[in-house]
Design a binder for this molecule. Structure first.
Ligand SMILES: Cc1cc2nc3c(=O)[nH]c(=O)nc-3n(C[C@H](O)[C@H](O)[C@H](O)COP(=O)(O)OP(=O)(O)OC[C@H]3O[C@@H](n4cnc5c(N)ncnc54)[C@H](O)[C@@H]3O)c2cc1C
Length: 290
């Protein structure tokens, strides 16, 4: 299918981009274009004007500033994959990026585009949920920060308003003793969309009692979600195989696959059990990742 006619705006600053989005009817941002161009070809998106935000300086960079890590929205998946800051502080996100599409797509696709699209099978969302991430949205009216689990509403739906740009995603630097794991299950080992994603992060005190548990799933419910009941079941207790099995069962209860995809419930449960066990073993070795 051929592309419909559209105009391209290339703003030189964040302020200019926000002004265009607020004033030009039918204007839509574009970053890597790996979703938008496909949608435009299919005819499901028909922006009259696309506002190219990929080169905006305010939307770039990965920084560890004080207690948090900040990732510019136009940062590509390939850049995240190679970031020493993310390897040190957020290996769960690097693991998610390593399973993302293929090298060609990873070179264009951005974390902002991934979170704005809000596909049920987003690979960055579950990893970022275990990092307790929040997004920064900007418009001509000002900026607001929204926790990722409140930003994501449902399949392809977020609280972002049409004149807002996603500027950055940020998360508190996890404790140095925490351990994390991520697994994507798809139809192939590479270059496929997730059938199920599971991400976990665990922390424990010197006595082996769980002090923090975060578990998130994607592609097994309309949008990526935290398995809060499973997390609560772990915190305050020793991380035993029994506790892990119970938490894995509760993780499956957080899933809500479409009719015909009920097999995903047992995949979520099995993956959660495996990843929690891997993270628990990594905790015993001193943390970071499984
Ligand atoms: C072959 C192929 C394989 C893929 N594999 C995967 C995969 O394995 N895992 C996965 O999660 N996804 C995958 N995707 C989907 C896609 O690559 C990702 O969602 C990607 O991260 C989108 O980023 P982008 O920069 O290309 O977004 P774009 O296509 O540029 O934009 C997507 C949407 O976000 C909006 N947008 C972009 N940036 C901003 C911003 N800063 N502020 C506000 N709105 C913005 C656009 O207006 C548009 O609505 C795949 C896509 C293709 C074509």
């Amino acid at each position: 299918m051929s592309l419909p006619m559209f105009e391209v705006e290339r703003p030189q600053s964040l302020g200019e981009a926000l002004k265009i989005l607020s004033e030009v009817k039918g204007a839509e941002p574009i970053a890597g274009g790996t979703n938008l161009m496909v949608d435009m070809r299919k005819g499901t998106h028909r922006p009259r004007v696309v506002v190219d935000v990929a080169a905006l300086r305010d939307l770039h960079g990965i920084e560890a500033t004080g207690p948090e890590v900040v990732i510019g929205a136009a940062t590509t998946i390939a850049e995240m994959l190679e970031s020493p800051i993310l390897m040190k502080h957020a290996p769960v996100l690097v693991l998610a990026c390593s399973s993302f599409a293929n090298a060609l797509i990873r070179n264009r696709a951005t974390v902002g585009g991934n979170l704005v699209t809000a596909a049920p099978c987003s690979d960055t969302a579950p990893a970022l949920l275990t990092l307790d991430a929040e997004v920064k949205l900007a418009s001509v009216r000002g900026t607001r920060r929204v926790p990722l689990d409140r930003y994501l509403v449902s399949a392809f739906s977020t609280v972002r308003r049409s004149d807002e740009l996603l500027v950055s995603v940020r998360f508190p630097i996890p404790s140095a003793t925490a351990a994390a794991a991520f697994r994507k299950m798809g139809l192939r080992k590479v270059s496929c969309m997730a059938k199920v994603d599971v991400a976990v992060m665990l922390d424990a005190d010197a006595a082996g009692r769980c002090t923090n548990a975060r578990i998130a799933i994607a592609a097994a419910s309309p949008i990526a979600v935290r398995a809060r009941a499973a997390e609560a079941a772990l915190v305050g207790k020793p991380i035993t195989p029994e506790a892990i099995a119970a938490a894995a069962g509760l993780t499956a209860k957080a899933a809500a696959p479409r009719a015909g995809s009920e097999y995903k419930l047992s995949v979520v449960q099995g993956l959660a059990r495996r990843l929690l066990a891997e993270a628990a073993r990594a905790l015993e070795r001193g943390g970071t990742h499984a």
